[in-house]
Design a protein around this ligand. Structure first.
Ligand code: FES
Length: 256
């Protein structure tokens, strides 16, 4: 674990925050899809030494990396107590990354809720290369639609919310009706699975899995994803992923 300084920890809305953390020169080489682990309790305000959580690298700003998080439990709640100049324990870079060496491709980015987190950095890498990019972004309500200012460079943005408070009312997967060469997907497992059904058969699909991670380095076996290859394979989300070929994932074996 390394010690990093909090540069800022900003509230986006009641549930979502964005945090900038000082980073080593190695961490600044993060590729879209890489993640870090953070020890989320400040001064043991909540005493739980296991409170380490994985967070996708959302962006890189000068000498700092940025994460985006949603408060969904005591781990992420612990993060909200952190303030500028506080020190936090971090580990990483961890995991593999999206294919971002693409030129002149038709690309779909499909995000559900906090699944938007890894995509600002991906879009930064892809928009310089003459790619055509559609962003599909769905959430339960308008509070789940964040970071839109990071996607000004994409060609189209489609937004849905289940309660109709922003964008069209419904599920984002209902609006995928164009053909793409590659799609990048991150969000709840049912949303990712349905995205695969809706995408054209020739489209390559890279999904970023959000399985709960405890160790982050392949030791605890707590993050298994089944892949259907020549035989069924058990893969560790933290070490072999979190990016997988979405067509090979055995979705039925995963928790929602
Ligand atoms: Fe421990 Fe993946 S989080 S093996």
């Amino acid at each position: 674990m390394a010690k990093s300084k909090i540069i800022y920890n900003k509230k986006i809305n009641d549930n979502y925050f964005t945090m900038s953390i000082s980073a080593s020169s190695e961490t600044l080489k993060a590729k879209p899809g890489n993640f870090i682990m953070l020890k989320t309790n400040k001064n043991n305000l909540v005493y739980d030494p296991l409170l380490r959580r994985s967070f996708a690298v959302s962006d890189i700003e000068e000498d700092n990396i940025v994460i985006t998080y949603k408060v969904i439990g005591k781990g992420t709640l612990g993060l909200t107590y952190l303030r500028e100049n506080d020190i936090i324990e971090t580990s990483g870079l961890l995991g593999n990354y999206f294919n971002c060496s693409l030129n002149n491709k038709r690309i779909a980015i499909i995000a559900g809720g906090i699944g938007i987190a890894p995509f600002p950095l991906l879009v930064k890498r892809l928009t310089k290369k003459n790619n055509f990019i559609d962003l599909y972004y769905g959430g339960k309500s308008k509070n789940d639609i964040v970071l839109l200012d990071k996607f000004k460079e994409v060609d189209n943005i489609f937004i849905t919310t289940e309660d109709g408070s922003k964008g069209k009312k419904g599920l984002i997967t209902d609006y995928i009706n164009r053909e793409y060469e590659i799609a990048f997907v991150c969000g709840p497992n049912p949303m990712m699975m349905h995205s695969i059904y809706k995408l054209n058969e020739t489209c390559e699909i890279e999904v970023s899995m959000e399985e709960r991670m405890a160790c982050g380095i392949g030791l605890c076996m707590g993050c298994i994803v089944n892949l259907r290859e020549e035989t069924m394979k058990n893969k560790k989300c933290c070490k072999d992923g979190p990016i997988f070929n979405g067509r090979k994932v055995v979705w039925q074996n995963l928790n929602n």
